[in-house]
Design a protein around this ligand. Structure first.
Ligand code: ADP
Ligand code: MG
Ligand code: MG
Length: 932
């Protein structure tokens, strides 16, 4: 993407950086973690990055962590603020830190007899899996490799470590990488060729001599590609590696990732320099990754993988197929280490209060911990783990709320396969293969083999399943575009699985029976061959891959809450969800309402936890059935009498609608907005002569008359035109009819013994007098209806604040209004002078040029629109302290906007029915932020 690479990181960071650029100078640059000294702590993630802070935390609780030190994120920020230069005290502090580490380990950097070897690892505040590059075995050169061989009496190991180092350094620091998507990794290619020459099946089959040869060829490859020699001096190596880690903060993958997850560029990454432990010294060594619980389902089982005689990323990269962690117990050599791992699993959950995703290495039967972090999980796992761990008293309820991603709750509403269609497909023999269930849910779509194809088809609105032999960070865009991800290689901790879980994508990983040939563009399995574009279905909950498309069905949650086809007691998912929602309700201060115009929508929203309607748009009711005829009659009427006649026809329909809504609400409040859109929206326009003719026939008038009225109603700027309360000001009889319909419905439903709470909302008010005129009508009609029906019903009248003048004169308006509701869609349009429907042509450029951070129509522009809201709240409550204030724009369901609404003291947010759970969780998080 041109925009990502074209950005000027140093400048951008400088502008938004809140820390002074000089803050590092003379300050503390390195934080040690080791037995003799541990400077860092678990809560220092901002400064030390997540990895560094947790390495310190693990060291503090006595877990076996190889010692090392962390270079702070401030150095990274400094580096980008100062034209990619290190702070002046960097070199000195680094040298001191190395001396400390040498003492701590009893080894020496560059010492051929007993060389200190380190890893150089990136680590930002939030983990960015696979985004930044790690270098292992740094400190090796020809001399120290011989030293390592002598010290360990293991030549194969020494040279294997060396070749890995040259490979990683060549790739990450010197930039020897594949040049396009379907090229093989250049170092892998060199290794594969050597393997062929010596008939080695796996990398472990290469002997010391082979590995020596491999190092020679790797160095030659580096020289050929870069024209430079591989550096032998460990200090040079260290400096190069540290620079590369900082450099990788701005690589395209990292930038893209941060954009997706809204991580600010100026957070920077820390660098961890850590003494090496080795999982590749022989069969009494291993390396692995594990989760303290299953991150896909949330089940309380030890979950993970390991490889014997391997190092670093081997497990994740799918070099060999890893073993399940549970199998380790049976391993005759490293079995005992498993028992220690089990203990660590408990210790971690207890100390960190959440599911941990950790990395370990076993060196000569001894366990070492290399990383831990809160495990990324699916929404399903999130609700189950929160439910279980809070119950087990391992997790605080506050953390259960805080750690959730409100937006991700959408996953719980995603479709699953239709049970019957799925069974039928299997009966027909369409089951192709079974891989690992790595991201639950159902995905069905066209199979594609490259990220670019996935993006291309998705842009056309197609559902796609991205199938790769294995994925790498380069595939990220394609993964974002796909409904599902399928890989042939790699385990539950592979890149594909990790990313899928995080993004909530359906994923089947490591379906080994499937073969993909990128060159011919074909996927084969048994006798079946699929080419790009053919339909395929994957079941991320079972790992099954099925030939062809399969119909999908509602999620369990929807079956319980919407379809009511599943009993709550029969759905564990519902119970976990429900316990979390109840917890959220305990913390949140904001009320949650819904935007709904129909009884069934109301029922759904209430099932999801809505406490009333925040916006009922009456115009939607105007289109239903043949009532549009009466609406058009009203619009075409030449005089008040005709207009009233037409409105009288509409009245019973509107009343029925409101009755349905009041019944569905069963006593909850209903904020009903009077007619808002410009009238032309109800007539066929110029480009629809046929429609105009139909209307003429329907209304027994001439086409000319219809056309004339369409012309009269034509506006250059309908958004700023004859709409909102302006309609009711010019045609009071419209407001009168609507008020009557609402109140008659209220009286009728009240008669049935159901409570009602209508709130009549006048749209687009900018002047107090506008509201006064409309309120007068509402009160008059209310009095009339009460008299006519003999029923007393409660009601209130308020206004939408959706033009800047309304917000700025809120004190005046609040003298009349009993409530405000921020119509943030229009308020954004009018504040920014930007039409939502026309902004598509320039908004993306605005975002890539960083004029705006996020789409203001999706997330409240807090500094602009937000100010108007604050003014509205303050001024409004000044004259009317009891003023109830809500929001009913699209933003009411956006988590960060919900937090903002809480901050400025709104009483409730209102959002679409299916976003109610999201708003509930976001509101609880907002309240907890306050409490902190
Ligand atoms: P990432 O952030 O991509 O997970 P890491 O910094 O965790 O990268 O390192 C990649 C791999 O290298 C991990 O498997 C990690 O356990 C391993 N590793 C890192 N440092 C060391 C070390 N000092 N000794 C042994 N293995 C290490
Ligand atoms: Mg790691
Ligand atoms: Mg509006």
């Amino acid at each position: 993407m041109a925009t990502a690479t074209a950005r000027k990181p140093a400048k951008a960071a400088a502008k938004t950086n809140s820390r002074p650029a000089t803050s590092v100078k003379g300050g503390k640059i390195t934080y040690f973690f080791g037995k003799s000294k541990c400077d860092g702590k678990g809560d220092m993630k901002g400064l030390l990055g997540g990895k560094g802070a947790n390495l310190a935390a693990m060291t503090r609780i006595g877990l076996p962590v190889p010692p090392g030190f962390t270079i702070t994120t401030e150095v990274c920020t400094y580096y980008y603020d100062n034209g990619k230069r290190f702070p002046p005290n960097m070199a000195g502090d680094l040298a001191k830190a190395v001396v400390w580490l040498e003492k701590e380990t009893g080894k020496k950097f560059g010492d051929p007899k007993n060389p200190l070897l380190v890893s150089v690892r990136s680590g930002s505040r939030d983990s960015m899996p696979g985004m930044m590059d790690t270098i292992l075995n740094l400190g090796l050169n020809d001399a120290t490799t011989d030293g390592l061989k002598a010290a360990t009496n293991n030549g194969r190991f020494a040279w294997d470590s060396y070749r890995r180092f040259v490979q990683m350094y060549g790739d990450v620091v010197m930039g020897v990488q594949k040049r396009h998507e379907n090229e093989h990794e250049p170092f892998d290619e060199v290794m594969d060729e050597l393997k062929r020459e010596v008939s080695a099946l796996q990398d472990t089959d290469l002997n010391e001599g082979d590995l020596k040869e491999l190092v020679r060829r790797y160095k030659a490859l580096i020289k050929e590609r870069t024209g430079k020699e591989f550096p032998a001096d460990p200090v040079k190596q260290l400096e190069g590696a540290i620079g590369a880690v900082f450099g990788s903060w701005m690589n395209e993958r990292a930038v893209l990732y941060r954009q997706k997850y809204r991580i600010p560029d100026d957070w920077g990454t820390a660098v961890n320099v850590q003494s090496m432990v080795f999982g590749n010294m022989g069969d009494d060594c291993a390396t692995g990754v594990a989760f303290t619980r299953d991150p896909a389902t949330g089940a309380n089982v030890f979950y993970g993988e390991y490889l014997v005689n391997a190092q670093g990323e081997d497990v994740v990269a799918g070099v060999r197929t890893p073993n399940k962690i549970s199998e380790m117990a049976k391993d005759p050599i490293i079995g005992p280490a498993f028992r220690e791992l089990e203990r660590v699993r408990k210790t971690l959950e207890k100390n960190f209060g959440d599911v941990q995703d950790f990395e370990f290495t076993i060196e000569k039967k001894k366990l070492f911990m290399l990383q831990t972090r809160n495990g990324k999980r699916t929404a399903l796992a999130y609700v189950k783990i929160a439910h279980d761990m809070v119950k087990e008293k391992l997790m605080t309820p506050e953390h259960a709320i805080r750690s959730g991603d409100p937006e991700a709750l959408n996953q719980l509403l995603q479709p699953i396969f239709d049970r019957d269609a799925y069974a039928a497909a299997k009966k027909e023999g369409r089951l192709m293969a079974t891989g690992l269930p790595a991201g639950p849910g159902a995905a069905s779509g066209a199979v594609v083999f490259t990220a670019s194809k996935a993006e291309e088809l998705a842009a056309k609105g197609q559902h796609v399943v991205l199938a790769r032999i294995e994925t790498s960070p380069e595939d990220l865009r394609g993964m974002i575009a796909s409904d599902g991800i399928l890989t042939c290689r790699g385990g539950v901790s592979s890149h594909a699985a990790l990313v899928a879980r995080q993004m909530g994508k359906v994923c089947v990983a490591g379906a080994g029976e499937i073969h993909i040939d990128y060159h011919t563009g074909k996927l084969t399995c048994g006798g079946i061959t699929l080419k790009e574009g053919d339909p395929i279905s994957i079941n991320g909950s079972t790992g099954e891959v099925i030939n062809g498309a399969i119909a999908t069905a509602d999620s369990e949650l929807k079956q319980v809450l919407v379809g009511k086809t599943l009993k709550p007691a029969d759905s564990p998912v519902f119970q976990y969800y429900n316990s979390l929602m109840k917890l959220a309700d305990k913390y949140r201060k904001l009320g949650i309402r819904t935007n709904a115009d129909q009884p069934d929508q109301v029922t759904n929203a209430v099932a999801f936890g809505a406490e009333g309607i925040g916006l009922c748009r009456t115009e939607h009711m105007f289109f239903e059935g043949d009532r549009i005829i009466a609406v058009r009659q009203m619009i075409l009427a030449d005089n008040e009498v005709d207009r009233k006649g037409a409105l009288a026809l509409l009245l019973p329909h509107q009343q029925k609608d409101f009755e349905g809504i009041f019944r569905a609400l069963n006593g909850l409040p209903a904020c009903i907005r009077l007619l808002d859109p410009p009238l032309h929206e109800f007539l066929p326009q110029h480009d629809n002569e046929k429609g105009q003719k139909e209307v003429a026939t329907q209304l027994k008038t001439t086409v000319e008359k219809v056309m004339q009225r369409v012309n009269e109603l034509h506006e250059f700027n309908p958004m700023l035109g004859f709409r909102g309360c302006r309609l009711g000001i010019k045609f009071p009889e419209i407001s009168e009819m609507q008020a009557r319909a609402i109140f008659q419905a209220a009286a009728a439903v009240l008669k049935e013994g159901i409570k009602v709470k209508p709130e009549i909302m006048i749209p687009l008010v900018g002047f107090k007098k506008e509201l006064d005129l409309q309120v007068e009508i509402v009160h008059r009609v209310a009095g009339e209806v009460m008299k006519e029906t003999g029923k007393k019903f409660p009601y209130s009248v308020g206004t939408m604040i959706e033009v800047p003048r309304g917000a700025l004169t809120a004190d005046e308006i609040a003298e009349t209004a009993e409530f405000f509701s921020f119509g943030t869609n229009d308020l954004t349009q009018t504040c920014l002078g930007m039409s939502r429907d026309d902004s598509g042509s320039f908004l993306p450029s605005y975002q890539s040029s960083e004029i705006i951070k996020t789409n203001p129509f999706a997330s409240i522009d807090t500094t602009g629109v937000g100010q108007l809201m604050k003014i509205g709240v303050e001024k409004g409550r000044k004259t009317n302290p009891d003023l109830k204030i809500g929001i009913c724009g699209e933003h009411g369901g956006d988590p960060s906007s919900v937090v903002f609404c809480h901050t400025i003291g709104l009483n409730y947010v209102s959002c679409s029915p299916f976003r109610v759970p999201i708003a509930r969780l976001a509101a609880a998080q907002a309240a907890l932020k306050d409490a902190k």
